[in-house]
Design a protein around this ligand. Sequence first.
Ligand code: C5P
Length: 402
Amino acid sequence: MSVRRILLGVTGGVAAYKSAELVRLWIKAGHEVTVVMSEAACRFVTPLTFQALSGRPVYTTLWDDRPQNGMAHIDLSRAADVFVIAPATADCLARLAQGRCDDLITTLAAARTCPLVVAPAMNRQMWENPPNLRNVRQLIEDGVTVFGPGTGSQACGETGPGRMLEPEEIAERLEGFFTPKRLAGKRVLLTAGPTFEPIDAVRGITNTSSGKMGYALARACRDAGAQVTLVSGPTGMPAPVEVSRIDVQTAQDMHHAVLSQVVNADIFIGVAAVADYHVVNKSEQKLKKTGKAPVIELAENPDILATVASLPAAPFCVGFAAESHNLLDFAEAKRRRKNVPLLVANLAQQAMGADANEVTLLDDAGIHPLPVMGKDAVAHAIVRHLASLIETSTIPSERTTE
Ligand code: C5P
């Protein structure tokens, strides 16, 4: 992931406190953040908070003489890759839509050469106020990107549209904003997480897969412009924004869900750690202790990836291999056996449940090791490789929907 120079404008809404967390997330991700605040924003959160979090001076007025040529309104936005205003109040949106330059934030917006993103935050009635909606339409027409708003409970006690998106969501959407749309028009179907094979009403066989890699790949494919469907085992993670998720428990449920969706897919990525066996003699009731250990009878589960790869009109298939040893040999053998053009190999003991991962990509051209990275960065690297393969592939990757 490249380092971005982000200029953050904070205007006067209660949601300003969430922008402090946003700065923290961006700094943690390695970006450079400079904060500008409106006078009203300073009543909600102090500039000192943003200065401490960003490690840079905070600007609050047009008359700041710190920029060397005294041109705060030009210098700050010219040095940025993107200008994000979060929260953006109804008043700020109105002034932006009119092209007014009556404070530092609106003047920076007018003088900028970088893209402008706004994350509105206001009471639901104010959001639905026709002049506000008109201003938002105008801004979109002018090329401004609008993140949100979300719907839910508001500081005023009402419920409805107008909440600023959560900092994590804004950070996630900004990553997507910058990702080249190399999978535009493609439909991606993924499996993620563990499966759960019941033994009785409350017990079952599962594994330590967290789903983090599969969810990161779902987001990376979405960011690259794909339409994404995620078939997920039990993970407890929220569905990624703009990804359609189908929740399943068992390997057989996952198999059915995938087969029902695969006709609509150009790309299939099997990331799930699917249980190899299910319990044949499972009990509908909770098993009682009888003094004699129960015998659990197992039968093999279908191999979802191999099934999809062998379909006559198979999508472009990507598999994963988690091995504890002899990684590359086992992985290449798996790639050939399952007949998938791209396989991602990782060490099970390193990958399962962790936030970072070290993977090696195997394809017909050979072996491509990647450095240890966070799972989001690994996912973006896999998507870039996948996009290159599809761009040069003779395999029909574009399928028509009936
Ligand atoms: O054979 P193994 O489980 O190691 O293969 C791993 C790859 O196959 C992963 O991509 C996984 O999602 C997929 N798989 C599957 N259905 C299974 C077992 C594995 O789709 N029953």
